[in-house]
Design a protein around this ligand. Structure first.
Ligand SMILES: [Zn+2]
Length: 274
């Protein structure tokens, strides 16, 4: 799976967040404004930019940015370590999104994190593994993450729904406090606004004897990048640092877009976090 954001997307996001004009960033990079514009659009550039100077005016890390430009990808995790966890990827109109199903094998009760665009692959997994869908946790209420919510609630009327605070549907608002158990698993919530006001990261501990937690981060963090700061890029960055990158280094991070990653890899390679 390709990264959600190429180097140009990262530069564009960081430049918008820091309100740096195109010409200023181009001068720092040693490029013409047209060359930088092309780099932002495609992630590629015929001329080698001065990565460190460009990164420093944008608040990014130069060599990490350069590594993304040169094709860095996270090591695919050994998903067998988290046996009963399934990423589900759906696409509509060119927008690809991930949601995740996990379950406890002894009780066969399952939790779904976001819905993605359509219910079919979720239903297939549930039927194939003879699961009971008990909980649905939403990382935030952007359309691509909740598109199948209505049909899911009709199909499984007893599923308990958890949203972040300040979401657009207060009637549905149920913020997870403490630890919600799913068999031997413990699911807790951390408020991570910034990409959206209702952003929540869910951390799953005691994953079937695996000492490393799993975190469902929605669009807060992508492998090698982060989500757009629709609410506030600065707030998002703070929340990612405080609530996600502070997790144990082997924590498996499950983003809403792009490949799976880990805390250790993001600390080492994510250009937004010098
Ligand atoms: Zn989003």
């Amino acid at each position: 799976m390709m990264l959600e954001d190429h180097a140009g997307d990262i530069i564009h996001k960081a430049r918008n967040a820091a309100k740096v004009p195109l010409a200023t960033a181009a001068t720092a990079a040693g490029l013409s404004p047209a060359e930088l514009e092309r780099l932002e659009a495609t992630g590629a550039c015929e001329q080698k930019p001065d990565w460190n100077a460009l990164a420093s005016v944008l608040g990014l890390h130069g060599s990490k940015l350069e590594a993304v430009a040169h094709g860095w990808l996270p090591q695919p995790p050994e998903l067998r370590r988290w046996r009963e966890l399934r990423p589900i990827t759906t696409t509509q109109g060119g927008n690809t999104v991930n949601c995740y199903l996990l379950w406890d094998p002894s009780t066969r009760s399952a939790a779904l994190f976001d819905t993605g665009w359509n219910m079919a692959p979720i239903q297939e997994l549930i039927e194939e593994n003879r699961l009971e869908l008990k909980y649905l946790f939403l990382t935030h209420s952007h359309q691509d993450h909740v598109a199948a919510l209505k049909i899911l609630q009709i199909t499984w009327p007893n599923v308990v729904l958890f949203f972040g605070p300040r979401n657009q549907c207060p009637a549905l608002n149920q913020l997870l406090t403490g630890c919600m158990t799913l068999g031997s698993l413990c699911i807790s919530a951390r408020e991570t606004p910034g990409h959206s006001e209702d952003g929540v990261t869910y951390v799953i501990n005691n994953f079937l004897g695996n000492p490393s937690p799993v975190a469902m981060v929605g669009d807060c963090l992508f492998a090698g990048s982060m989500g757009r700061g629709f609410q506030s890029a600065k707030l998002l960055k703070q929340k990612v640092q405080k609530h996600i990158l502070s997790l144990p280094s082997e924590t498996l991070l499950c983003p809403g877009h792009g490949p799976l990653t880990t805390v250790a890899q993001e600390k080492a390679q994510n250009p937004f976090f010098p």
